[in-house]
Design a binder for this molecule. Structure first.
Ligand SMILES: Cc1cc2nc3c(=O)[nH]c(=O)nc-3n(C[C@H](O)[C@H](O)[C@H](O)COP(=O)(O)OP(=O)(O)OC[C@H]3O[C@@H](n4cnc5c(N)ncnc54)[C@H](O)[C@@H]3O)c2cc1C
Length: 408
């Protein structure tokens, strides 16, 4: 028997659709003890048992919502606007789709980084100036509730989010019979790291920058393939104090004050990419790999061999509905149709395994007094240990690997 509300749901996707839907407004979304968003019911006695929160919850359903019986189509794509392509994480497709749809009278529900609260959050962009704030992947879990609640179901929106957020969102708009008003976009998703890791990381950076005013993950200062850098502006050191002045201001190539200079060596990416502290649902309940999606369009980096010498950024795009396909074709993007297997090459095919150090790391992360350096040491030690084990198992392979890395 399905539950009447989400009061027993923990460690879920934290998508916030339960709280968005609740007619009594008694559900809030809060960070749990491990630093991930999850719902709380403040006053269970006020629940009227309508079960809407359960109906729209992707986490409580085994399947994802199929769109139509169409063959997914794959593309390589990039924005025709060089500034956009340079500033965006991949080829700038989400920005171009947003630009097209804003010009058609839609609004965009996307994610910006809010420095005051040190978090990524969904918000409504109605102008191009607003849309600029969505640029760039913020590799942390977004707080969706304010953005989702601000939408009027009778108006038209493009909504972008992680696949799990978009699956619940599809259930929500299907339930309220307003799917025609929405275009949903998701992306190939690695998972989201604990906010405790992000908070500790920022605490360290702020010693150099002062209170953070702007963050850009994976900017292309050193090219696209090597874009695992972090750019942070702080109140005491930013080059420009008001980056929201204009479209041109934010979009132009800017150097930020703090920039980690070792790709993959930066503590944030080291821990994130080693899958050290992803959400429990990312390890155990992600049903959205490859082209399993409830969105109209899935985007991502075009990994693999095809564009390995491109340094400007190319998006991998899969259209999953006729609507998605025809809107993509209207956008100001260069499109090359590609076999799906090429579009998905290099993307995660299964849920990531928990590393051996997962529980030790979690305990350290959950201690508010430990620093990011202590957390990073746990990962570094484990990585060193597994490198030594690899060498002992197959010394010849290890030497070839080393020679390749050193380009001897
Ligand atoms: C948590 C996370 C995991 C990812 N994992 C992968 C992966 O495994 N493989 C891969 O190829 N790409 C991954 N990406 C990157 C994703 O592919 C790019 O965001 C996407 O291709 C958009 O690039 P773009 O050039 O079109 O535009 P950009 O303008 O750079 O796009 C960023 C878009 O993503 C939205 N967005 C940013 N941060 C978030 C967030 N935290 N939650 C929800 N939406 C957000 C913004 O609203 C914006 O529309 C990940 C991104 C995130 C945030």
């Amino acid at each position: 028997m399905s539950p009447i509300n989400i009061s027993s749901v923990h460690n879920c996707y934290g998508c916030g659709l339960c709280a968005t839907t609740c007619p009594k407004g008694i559900i809030s979304i809060q960070l749990n003890a491990d630093g991930f968003y999850e719902p709380r019911i403040a006053n269970p006695d006020s629940c009227i048992g309508c079960s809407l929160c359960v109906d729209v919850c992707s986490y409580l359903h085994k399947d994802f919502i199929m769109q139509e019986e169409i063959r997914p189509r794959g593309y390589a794509a990039w924005s025709n606007d060089n500034l956009v392509r340079k500033k965006c994480s991949s080829g700038g497709i989400s920005f171009e789709l947003g630009r097209l749809l804003i010009n058609k009278g839609y609004k965009v529900c996307g994610v910006r980084y809010k420095a005051q609260s040190n978090r990524a959050e969904h918000f409504i962009a109605t102008t191009m100036r607003d849309l600029v704030w969505t640029i760039g992947s913020k590799y942390i879990q977004s707080y969706t509730l304010d953005g989702f609640r601000a939408m009027d179901r009778n108006k038209r929106y493009m909504v972008i989010g992680t696949p799990c957020q978009m699956d619940s969102f599809r259930r929500y708009i299907r339930k309220f019979k307003c799917e025609d008003n929405f275009l949903l976009i998701d992306f190939f998703c690695h998972g989201v790291p604990s906010m405790w890791m992000w908070n500790k990381y920022i605490k360290k950076v702020e010693k150099i920058t002062g209170p953070v005013t702007y963050v850009s993950w994976r900017n292309k200062f050193s090219g696209w393939h090597n874009s695992w850098l972090m750019g942070v502006d702080g109140a005491s050191h930013s080059l420009s104090n008001n980056q929201s002045n204009s479209y041109e201001d934010l979009i132009k190539e800017r150097k930020t004050f703090y920039q980690s200079d070792i790709p993959h060596g930066d503590a944030f990416y080291r821990i994130f990419l080693d899958n050290g502290c992803l959400g429990p649902a990312c390890y155990e309940k992600c049903k959205f790999k490859r082209c399993c999606s409830s969105a109209d369009i899935r985007i991502g980096d075009f990994l693999g061999e095809t564009f390995k010498s491109d340094e400007k950024g190319t998006s991998a795009v899969i259209t999953l509905s006729e609507k998605g396909d025809s809107i993509l074709k209207e956008s100001s993007c260069q499109l090359i149709e590609c076999p799906l297997e090429k579009v998905m090459e290099g993307q995660m095919e299964t849920m990531p395994p928990k590393p051996k150090y997962y529980y030790a790391l979690k305990k350290t992360l959950n201690n508010p007094n430990t620093s990011i350096s202590v957390v990073e040491q746990i990962v570094l030690k484990a990585q060193r240990r597994s490198r030594i084990l690899r060498i002992m198992k197959n010394p010849l392979k290890a030497i070839i690997h080393l020679v390749r890395r050193l380009h001897i």
